[in-house]
Design a protein around this ligand. Sequence first.
Ligand SMILES: [Zn+2]
Length: 346
Amino acid sequence: MDKKEFYKFFKKIPKAEIHLHSEGIISKETAGKMLSRKHPEFKNSENIENLFSYNNLKEFIKAFLLIQKSFEELSDFKALFNNISTYLKRNGIVYTELFFSPSLFVKNGWKFENMMDVFLKKIKKIKRKEKIEIKIIIDVSRTFGVDNAMKNLDALLKYKNKNIIGIGLGGDELKGPAKDFAKIFTKAKDAGVHRVAHAGEDDGPQSVWDAINLLYSERIGHGISSIQDESLIEYLSKEQIPLEICPTSNIFTKKYVQKIEDHPIKEFYKKGVLVTVNTDDPTFFNINLIDEYWNLYTKLGFDLSDLKQIIINGFKSSFLSKVKKERYIKKVNCMWKKYLPKNNTE
Ligand SMILES: [Zn+2]
């Protein structure tokens, strides 16, 4: 299948994206407008381009925090959600579990509930207008310490809304080991809040074990260093603990993978691990979800039926109810049959 045909076809197949940071979907145009209010140098598009290029996870986090700092009023979140809606539509994504990291905002005086009010209004609107479902996972963050993470969980528990479904542990993996956050994740588990954690992105396989055993993480964000530990691969496969793999993000941060052809996703897939494909931060990594599928198809030896399975894995790994998962998967199969070019020979 050629590139044009592939993109046209994949746009029509309903997809889920389950590892996606809301701030990472801001368009360069919106980022430029917001940043240049305080930093006029960002009126220059070259400086915006430079902001979105980095060599490691630390530099990336620095850029991410600068974007967060550029939010000045609640209407900025509305602009962000307009960008999110555009991104989801462009990629044929019908369901997403979206991270939001409130720590820096709250530190700067924003009220958690005020931000969530705007989010939920926009989520409702997008669902009505575009038929796209968005759920929120609060990233409690390794970077801002344990007390702050607990405050984030408490804010979530107090706010209570069916569209805010879980907590995640993101931020600097090397500085914030899982064991420090165990009591927060135990409390979340007891309260029936879903749990995910970035692990094995910037640290070795032990970090993945810790996310599973100490944080009760139901999915692993990235998890690519698991490839170094055969018993971990076996465990992930046996327990069907999903990996939220973000191939291009891993190449940008350059910790375990230097080029797409060397990404371990195919090996995980072959060994029966429940792998999903995601973009992490589309604007920061200059990537769309369909681009990731195209890369898998052209550079990593996945055929079309593998890609269909990975699309199905996205729904399977989500926190949707069993009934809803089945409904979406049925739709994938149906659209696949309907739109797969008749003359396709792979
Ligand atoms: Zn992430």
